[in-house]
Design a protein around this ligand. Structure first.
Ligand code: BV8
Ligand code: ZN
Length: 236
C-alpha cells in the first residue's frame, strides 16, 4: 500500500479506467457479478443493435429499470476519492465504461464516457439527442417528435466508441505516470486494451478489484479490495 501511495503521490499525470465495480457499492449491480444484471438476460444479449431492432420494448424495459436503480443511487467514497485525485493532479483523465453518470454527480470533470450515457436518448431517424432523466419514462419505447424511435445514448456491442473519447483515452493511457484500473473485469474491448497500453508505455499500473482479472498478475499492484474502501486510503 505504501509503495502504491508513493507512486500516486509523486505522479504529475494520472489516468483512470473504471468499470461497473466502482458503482457496486452505490447499489448498482455489475454486469458479470453473481447477481447478474437483469432477470435471465446477459448484457451481451440485450446491449446490441440486433436486440433493439428485434424487440425495442424489451431492451427499453431493461434500460428503464437500470435508470430507476441509478436515480436512487448515490456516488460512493470510491467516486469521491477520484474527484479529490483529479483536483490534486496537474494532468488527470478519467475514462469510464459506466453509463450511470455517477462520476459526474460525484464532481469529476475530465470524464471520457467510452460507452455513452444512460440519461441521453438519441433518435434513430433524425439523430436528435437529448437528456431525459424521467424515471420511469412515460412510454416505452419512447418516440421522438419526428415520430422516430428513440434509443439509449449508449455504445452497444458491435458499435464503435465515440471518436473523440477513445482517442483521448488512448493518449492519456500512453502519457500517464500512473494508471489506475478500478472495478472492471477487463473483458470488453477496446476499453480493456488501455491497461496493457498504459503498462507498455511505462506507467505504473495499479488495479483495484474484488476479484482477479486477466491482467492482475502482470500489473505493478493489484488490490483485492472493494473500491469504496481502498480508493480513499490510496488517495488520502
Ligand atoms: C467494438 C454500454 C467494433 C451499454 C457496454 C466477439 C464477438 C463480437 C464482438 C466482439 C468479440 N470479441 C470482441 C468483441 C468486441 C466487443 C467485446 O469486447 N465483446 C466482449 C464481450 C468479448 N466490443 C464491442 O463490441 C465494442 N465495440 O468493438 O466495435 C467496431 C470497431 C470499429 C468500427 C465499428 C465497430 C463495444 C463494447 C461496448 C459495449 N457496451 N455497455 C450498457 O451499459 O448498457 S459493455 C458493458 O460491459 C458495460 O459498459 C460495462 O462497463 C462493460 C464492461 O464490464 P465492466 O464494467 O468491467 O463490468 P463487469 O460486471 O464485467 O465487471 C465488474 C468488475 O468489478 C468485476 O471484475 C468485479 O470483480 C469488480 N467488482 C465488483 N464489485 C467491486 C468490484 N471491484 C471493486 N470494488 C467493488 N466493490
Ligand atoms: Zn427524431
Amino acid at each position: 500500500m505504501q509503495q502504491a501511495r508513493k507512486w500516486i503521490r509523486e505522479a504529475t499525470s494520472v489516468s483512470v479506467l473504471t468499470g461497473a465495480g466502482i458503482s457496486a457499492e452505490s447499489g448498482i449491480p455489475t454486469f458479470r457479478g453473481a447477481a447478474g444484471l437483469w432477470k435471465q438476460f446477459r448484457a451481451e444479449q440485450l446491449a446490441t443493435p440486433e436486440a433493439f431492432a428485434h424487440d425495442p420494448r424489451l431492451v427499453w424495459e431493461w434500460y428503464d429499470w437500470r435508470r430507476s436503480l441509478i436515480a436512487g443511487a448515490q456516488p460512493n467514497p470510491g467516486h469521491l476519492a477520484l474527484v479529490a485525485l483529479e483536483r490534486a493532479k496537474p494532468r488527470f483523465t478519467l475514462a469510464t465504461q459506466n453509463v450511470d453518470g455517477l462520476h459526474e454527480r460525484a464532481g469529476s470533470e475530465n470524464i471520457l464516457k467510452l460507452h455513452g450515457d444512460i440519461w441521453t436518448l438519441r433518435c434513430t431517424i433524425c439523430g436528435l439527442e437529448r437528456c431525459d432523466r424521467r424515471t420511469p419514462l412515460p412510454e416505452l419505447p419512447p418516440l421522438c417528435e419526428c415520430g422516430g424511435l428513440l434509443r439509449p445514448g449508449v455504445v452497444w456491442f458491435g458499435e464503435s466508441l465515440p471518436n473523440g473519447a477513445w482517442e483521448r483515452a488512448e493518449r492519456a493511457a500512453r502519457e500517464c505516470a500512473v494508471f489506475l484500473v478500478i472495478g472492471t473485469s477487463a473483458v470488453v474491448y477496446p476499453a480493456a486494451s488501455l491497461v496493457p497500453l498504459a503498462k507498455t508505455s511505462g506507467a505504473k499500473v495499479i488495479e483495484c478489484n474484488t476479484e482477479e482479472t486477466p491482467f492482475s498478475a502482470d500489473l505493478h499492484k493489484s488490490f483485492r479490495e472493494p473500491a469504496a474502501e481502498l480508493l480513499p486510503q490510496l488517495i488520502a
